[in-house]
Design a protein around this ligand. Structure first.
Ligand code: FRU
Length: 481
């Protein structure tokens, strides 16, 4: 009797990402405290342990040895009399410069923002953010908070998200801090006392700057540059929040950008607050929160809300005179996939994809002819990525990948300029239950976005230009735990 179809909400609670980190329950936003230590990648995160919408922030904790399988741990940090625990970073204080451990047992040190809720008498823009510190002597399992904030507020409404690293050349710790529409840099010899160094601001729109990160990358020709990441709450390339980057020089005091144009780390709607792991040697690995503040609190999931992007490895690539930041998936991600189930024949127009709707697809086509690629299922329209060779643009349309209960208030069609110059265009798609990450042009372009189809993708259609090669691999993990 009746339909065997389960109500949508039940199906939503069962539908979990297969290979993207998400907490077992409740709300998650930014990655925090990313540190690699004793063979383990730690991923702390903004967490509301009692609700599926944003609220009093704690630090949740997960760890992984391979960046694919994650184990969730007890809460790391909870609010106290100084405020809620907002975003921040963690470092391995190997020389015990902080004095919080011993030479034999040096600490992991986390710097984070305390956000104190304003009282009813306080002005809505009164300063309420300071920087706090906590340390761990048991490899991140438990944390002891320093009794007082280590950096007081100079009078700013927005003063948050400390990202700390050891600056080899000047032999001191540097902190990048988001201050309304600029990044302030501070230095310290012991992680507890901080001195202001300089401010950087450029191309600041109406959004607030958040979650900065500063690191050095090789240019591939024997040289190196410093890259500054800044997440902005408004004005992203597709609307809402997104992450900008600047390429330039850092001399231990000032950061100087070497370009004036606005550059995006990712051109999709759902890549925010991405920062890098500390203590990973010459590799720079990043993970971001896969959502957009425009609709993050109402994405259609049940019992949990929020997942991370795939971990990415950052590199610089030169395109003519410009040094561009690339963020393709870290090599470790490949272990989530089995051998290709099908090598699609060149010229194939239609095919079936993995019935679980979770797979990886690689394509290559010429840059001087149009093509389009569609994913479909019996319940929705199609998700489509096309290449407009006349205008040298990618056009991504998620209208058919959006169940009625996913209201984004943004356009469903994203237009993204081609950034490279190669004669062929390569495209890699990482499709999971609720997301599609598109990487094109040898890693130059990344477009991350959430999708909430009513049923898994089971059809693939390729149209237009002759596709030079196409390969599909299925996911061989089910859940990141
Ligand atoms: C970025 C952000 C940070 C802040 C945190 C609060 O998404 O707004 O600036 O520390 O989230 O959860």
């Amino acid at each position: 009797m009746g339909s065997t179809q389960k109500p949508l909400s039940v199906r939503r609670s069962e539908q979990r990402p297969a290979y993207h980190f998400n907490p077992a329950a409740h709300w998650m936003n930014d990655p925090n405290g990313l540190v690699f230590h004793q063979g383990v990648y730690h991923l702390f995160f903004q967490y509301h342990p009692y609700s599926t919408v944003w609220g009093p922030m704690h630090w949740g904790h997960a760890s992984s040895q391979d960046l694919v399988h994650w184990q969730e741990h007890p809460l790391a940090l909870a609010p106290d009399e100084h405020g809620l625990i907002f975003s921040g970073s963690a470092v391995w204080d190997a020389e015990n410069t902080s004095g919080l451990g011993t030479a034999e047992q040096p600490p992991l040190v986390a710097l984070f923002t305390y956000h104190r809720l304003r009282g009813p008498q306080e002005a809505p823009d009164s300063p309420c953010e300071t920087q706090g510190l906590a340390y761990s002597l048991d490899a991140g399992a438990t944390w002891v908070k320093h009794p007082l904030p280590v950096l007081n507020n100079p009078g700013l409404k927005d003063f948050r998200d400390p990202k700390v690293f050891w600056h080899e050349q000047s032999q001191r710790w540097i902190m990048a801090l988001a201050c309304t529409n600029r990044v302030s840099f501070y230095s310290s010899l012991n992680l507890r006392e901080w001195t202001w160094l300089s401010d950087f601001s450029q191309n600041a729109g109406e959004g607030v700057w958040e979650c900065p990160d500063l690191f050095e990358l090789p240019t591939g020709d024997g040289d190196a540059r410093w890259v500054l990441l800044v997440s902005v709450t408004l004005g992203g390339p597709q609307g809402g929040s997104a992450t900008q980057y600047f390429v330039g020089q850092f001399n231990g005091q000032d950061f100087l950008s070497e370009h004036h144009d606005t550059r995006w780390l990712d051109w999709g709607t759902d890549h925010y607050a991405g920062v890098t792991w500390s203590n990973t040697g010459t590799r720079k690995l990043l993970i971001g929160w896969m959502s957009n503040w425009r609709y993050a609190n109402k994405t259609p999931t049940e019992g949990w809300r929020g997942s991370m992007t795939l971990p990415r490895e950052l590199t610089l690539q030169r395109v003519e005179q410009r040094l561009m930041l690339c963020c393709p998936p870290a090599a470790e991600v490949e272990s989530a996939f089995c051998e290709p189930i099908s090598n699609l024949k060149v010229g194939l127009k239609q095919g079936l994809v993995s019935s679980s709707g979770r797979f990886k697809l690689q394509l290559k086509g010429p840059a001087n002819a149009p093509w389009s690629l569609q994913l479909g299922n019996p319940a929705n329209g199609t998700w489509q990525l096309s290449f407009d060779d006349q205008r040298q643009l990618f056009v991504l349309d998620r209208s058919g990948a959006r169940a009625q209960d996913f209201q984004t208030e943004l356009s469903d069609v994203f237009v993204v300029p081609r950034l490279g110059k190669a004669p062929d265009i390569d495209v890699n798609l990482y499709v999971d239950t609720h997301s599609i990450e598109v990487f094109a042009e040898n890693g130059l372009l990344s477009m991350t976005h959430l999708v909430f189809p009513d049923a898994p993708w089971d059809r693939l259609n390729l149209e237009g230009a002759e596709i030079l090669s196409a390969k599909i691999a299925t996911v061989c993990v089910n859940g990141t735990r």
